[in-house]
Design a protein around this ligand. Structure first.
Ligand SMILES: *Cc1c(COP(=O)(O)O)cnc(C)c1O
Length: 364
């Protein structure tokens, strides 16, 4: 990297003066914990996703746990999910006392393969949990049909999918959606998450579970913990809502530019009719991936591996026995070859050109 060239980071959270003012206002108001700003943020996010309800919580992981529990997932239940995701997809299932059942992915979009779900359904199956990996929607029309045919809950891990659409419908509105607002996601609240649903009863239960299982103060009819979002986080989120669509469009434009310029490796595909919001722009590389990453870094281009191993091969998963009998060759091949390149809205034209030039020179 020439001394004059700045490093292009793999992710860059966008927060500015508007967020600063919003946070200061909350600090001065004295209402720091969950209050009117959480309710305002929930209303805005429900409108954005196209659901009747949104229930804000303190992380994407919390959203997954609370959503599963609101659907009654507990000890002895099985939840069908993808092995190719961030580990919280599976650990949230385990946190509810249930068992994650891993089904292989579709090589096109690296999401749960609906064609292999039916064979994994047993009497213990309670829910299906697809992930909209990298911001590309899973095949939700087919997955929702499977859930309906078998009377299963549908919980979407939409942590990477704010604004993504399948068949003209926003993800998080097919079943019960779970979003994350971690700083690297398409929008942030620092830490935070939200549950979206059209089901009045699931929404009611999620609100109770997030607050110690209390419907009225100091009386718990349900098992819950403190999963509440602060008004501080919600104030940031409400500001971010004003920008999320502009940022998503910038990600899509950057991805289009990268895909047109990069000729040396396989760039991500978008299924016809889907809206991919490019939380990540992930290519498939051959050869020595570590060496490619190091060379990119030397040329000032940040990159990351999402994810280097399938979930059931994580040490803790093997220790707990969740790898037994699991066969996911497509996911394992993906884990060995994926590489994410910068695609975030802060990239300049020169940044994009540099990424394209460097990748075409190094990778194959
Ligand atoms: C980020 C992420 C989560 C967890 O969200 P947190 O807000 O970090 O708890 C879960 N699933 C996926 C796919 C994610 O990318």
């Amino acid at each position: 990297m020439a001394a004059t060239e700045r490093m292009i980071p793999i992710a860059k959270p966008l927060v500015g003066e508007e967020e600063e003012r919003a946070v200061l206002e909350v600090l001065r108001s004295g209402q720091l914990a969950e209050g009117s700003r959480v309710r305002a943020f929930e209303a805005a996010f429900a409108g954005y996703t196209g659901t009747r309800h949104a229930i804000a919580v303190n992380s994407g992981t919390a959203a997954l746990i609370v959503a599963l529990q609101a659907h009654g997932v507990g000890a002895g239940d099985e939840v069908i999910t993808t092995p190719f995701s961030f580990i919280a997809t599976a650990t949230s299932i385990i946190a509810c006392g249930a068992k994650p059942v891993f089904v292989d992915i579709d090589p096109f979009d690296l999401n749960l393969d609906p064609g292999q779900v039916e064979a994994a359904i047993t009497d213990a199956t309670k829910a299906i949990m697809p992930v909209h990996l990298y911001g590309h929607p899973a095949r939700m029309t087919e997955i929702a049909q499977l859930a309906e045919d078998h009377g299963l809950a549908l919980v979407e891990d939409a942590a990477q999918g704010h604004g993504a659409e399948h068949a003209g419908q926003r993800v998080g509105s097919f079943g019960t959606g779970c979003f994350s607002f971690y700083p690297t996601k398409n929008m942030t609240t620092g830490e935070g998450g939200i549950i979206t649903t059209n089901d009045d009863e699931v929404a009611r239960l999620a609100r109770i579970i997030r607050n110690h299982g209390q419907e009225v103060r100091y009386r718990s009819d349900y098992f819950g913990l403190n999963w509440r979002m602060t008004d501080l986080a919600a104030a940031i989120g409400s500001v971010q809502m004003h920008h999320i669509e502009r940022w998503n469009e910038a990600r899509i434009a950057n991805a289009t530019r990268l895909a047109a310029g990069i000729t040396s490796v396989q760039t991500p595909k978008v299924r016809e009719g889907d809206r991919h919001v490019f939380h990540q722009f992930t290519v498939r590389v051959g050869g020595d991936r570590d060496a490619i990453q190091k060379a990119l870094l030397d040329a000032g281009v940040g990159s990351a591996i999402h994810y280097p191993m399938v979930i059931h091969q994580q040490p803790i998963m093997i220790q707990m026995g969740f790898d037994e009998g699991v066969s996911t060759p497509v996911a394992e091949a993906a884990a060995a070859s994926v590489l994410s390149l910068p695609v975030h809205p802060s990239l300049s034209e020169e940044d994009l050109e540099r990424i394209i030039t460097v990748v075409n020179r190094l990778a194959h």
